[in-house]
Ligand binder design. Structure first.
Ligand SMILES: Nc1ncnc2c1ncn2[C@@H]1O[C@H](COP(=O)(O)OP(=O)(O)OP(=O)(O)O)[C@@H](O)[C@H]1O
Length: 255
């Protein structure tokens, strides 16, 4: 079943058509990657799904519900989490605290209950801690658990951001360039985690990524974008062998 469906979406910025009559669907349980040269419209697609942007035309649905009726906050409540190209964490808080922020959408207790630290608050707090500790173990973040984000290497911060997105318990995870800035070894770890996020947690993954090695090794299907429009879609091998894709990447005459 399609978890996410974009149909005929168009978005322009002045004279620039960032997304051009684009349709795609992501099936439940798959890892789907969007690739394309700089300026192809990849981030804009993520921003449309996250409801930071409103399309001029077209529709977007998630789990059978119209996403265009929802605000960015409501999208998170529906079970869509994302990471950002430029990591967005609280620098002066610990890894644990940042992951607990990710649990925000699951908080059910009222402010009055929290003020008086009612038993329900204690029970809820314990459940959030347990969920977060599982993510810390899963992502091998134990050595950094109580460290401030500001002092951590870039590669570790990238993993914490993944953890923060996982902490919200999403059914769809949007990863914006998960391998950018990572070393070869860190990229390899990221590959295993993305694979395990789908296998062990049952989360559907939609990612934007430039590293074709990572894309080919982990994705079920790939969409190649150019000038906001679909150039090719298929398995990683099919897309990489597509003459239109080769031309878009290497220029006319490369085919
Ligand atoms: N907020 C904005 N205002 C004006 N133009 C924008 C805005 N966001 C994106 N664009 C333009 O829309 C087009 C698509 O941009 P987008 O950032 O989606 O591309 P991308 O494929 O994510 O690129 P990159 O790989 O460099 O991140 C580009 O021409 C870009 O300049």
């Amino acid at each position: 079943m399609s978890l996410l469906k974009i149909k005929d979406a168009t978005l322009k910025f002045g004279g620039v058509v960032a997304v051009d009559d684009l349709s795609l669907s992501v099936e439940e349980g798959e890892i789907y990657a969007i690739v394309g040269p700089n300026g192809a419209g990849k981030s804009t697609v993520f921003n449309l799904i996250s409801r930071f942007y409103q399309p001029f035309s077209g529709s977007i649905s998630f789990d059978g519900q119209n996403l265009l009726d929802r605000s960015a906050d409501q999208v998170a409540d529906l079970g869509i989490a994302r990471t950002f190209q430029n990591i967005e964490l609280f620098d002066h808080a610990t890894v644990l605290q940042n992951l607990l922020v990710g649990r925000h959408r699951h908080r059910k207790t009222s402010m009055v209950e929290e003020l008086f630290f009612a038993p329900r608050v204690r029970r809820e707090e314990l459940a959030h801690r347990e969920a977060v500790e599982e993510i810390i173990d899963f992502l091998d973040l134990q050595p950094y658990r109580d460290k401030m984000i500001a002092g951590l290497p870039y590669g570790v911060r990238k993993v914490v951001e993944l953890g923060r997105a996982l902490a919200s318990g999403p059914s769809l995870l949007l990863l914006d360039e998960p391998a950018s800035g990572l070393s070869v070894e860190e990229t390899q770890d990221m590959r295993w985690w993305i694979d395990d996020i789908r296998k062990q947690m049952g989360i559907t993954v939609l990612m934007v990524e430039h590293d074709m090695g990572l894309v080919s090794s982990v994705s079920d299907r790939v969409l190649a974008l150019a000038d906001g429009a679909k150039l090719a879609e298929g398995t990683p091998a099919q897309v990489q062998a597509d003459p239109a894709v080769i031309e878009a990447y290497l220029g006319a005459g490369a085919v």
